[in-house]
Design a protein around this ligand. Sequence first.
Ligand code: SF4
Ligand code: ZN
Ligand code: ZN
Length: 311
Amino acid sequence: MCSRCNKKAVIELKYSGEFLCKSCFLELFEKRVRRTIRVNKLLKNTDKTAVALSGGKDSAVVLYILNELSKKAPRSELIAITIDQGIERLQKSGLNAAKSLCKKLGVEHYIYSFWEEFGTTLDEIVEGSKKLENPAPACSYCGVLRRKLLNEKARELGVTKIATGHNLDDEIQTAMMNFIRGDLDRIARMGPLVGVIKDKNFIPRIKPLRECPENEVELYARLRELKFQSVRCPYSEDAFRRTVREVVNTIEERHPGSKFQILKSTDRLIKTLRKKRFGKIGKCKICGNPTSGEICKFCEIKGELGLDDYL
Ligand code: SF4
Ligand SMILES: [Zn+2]
Ligand SMILES: [Zn+2]
C-alpha cells in the first residue's frame, strides 16, 4: 500500500521508509529532477538544450522530462543528438529506440556517426588499439571521441547546454573510483554542471538525473512507457567499476540512504577542491581547446591511433 495515498504500491524506498504507488512515485521523481535543475541553476528559460540520447533508459528519461518542462518555457528549445559509435552488437537497437522516442515526443533528432566523422568505428579502434603497448579501455576512446563530436555538432546547431543521462549510481561510482585512484583533479571537475569555463568552444554539460538512483530511473522509464534498449554495451564490463558498484550497493543495502550521502560528501569535496584551484584548465598545445594537461585527450588519442587523415 502507498504510504501517501493508500493505492497499490509499485516501489519501496528503503532510504525514506516509504512505499509509493505509481502516481506518487512519478511525482516524487519529477520533483527531484526539477529541484536538481533549480538548485544548481542548470537551465535558463532561453536555453537551447540538446539531450545526448543514447537509446538507453537514462537519456530517454532526461529527454521526456526536459520535453515536459520545455512546454512551460516557450522561449526554450529542445533537440536530441545521438552519436552512433559503430558498436556492431549494440547500435541498431539503441538507434531505433532513440528514433522512435523522438518521434513519439515530437523532438527534432540529429544522428552523427564515428564512421562519417572520423572514418572509423569504435569496434575498429578497439581492435587497432590492441597493437598498442598500453591500450586504453574502450570507454576512454569512446568517451573522448563522443564528447568531441557531440560538442562540435551541438555548437554548429547553436545549442547552449548538453544534457546527459548520468544518474546517482554513475556519479558516485565515478567519484569513488577517482577517490581510490587519488585523482582529485577529476573529482574537482565533477558536479551537476560541468565544462563551465569561459570558452566559446565548450558547451556546458548538465546532469539532471544526478540525484536519481538507477533503479528508480528504470522504473520511471517503464511506468512512462518510454522506449529504451536494455542491451548492455559489450565494452561496458570495466572490472574496477563493477567492483565499486558492488561495494556501493552493499553499503546501500545495509545502510539505506548511503548513496545520497556519498553524493553530498562528493559535492562538498568538489567545492573545497575548486577553492584550492585544483583542476586548473589550460589550452591544448595542438588544437587550442580547453584541457587540464598540455595536450587534450582528443589530440592524444588522434595521434595514438593515427586518425589524422580524417580530421
Ligand atoms: S560502455 Fe563504454 S564503450 Fe560502451 S557506449 Fe558506454 S562509454 Fe562507450
Ligand atoms: Zn500514492
Ligand atoms: Zn587538442
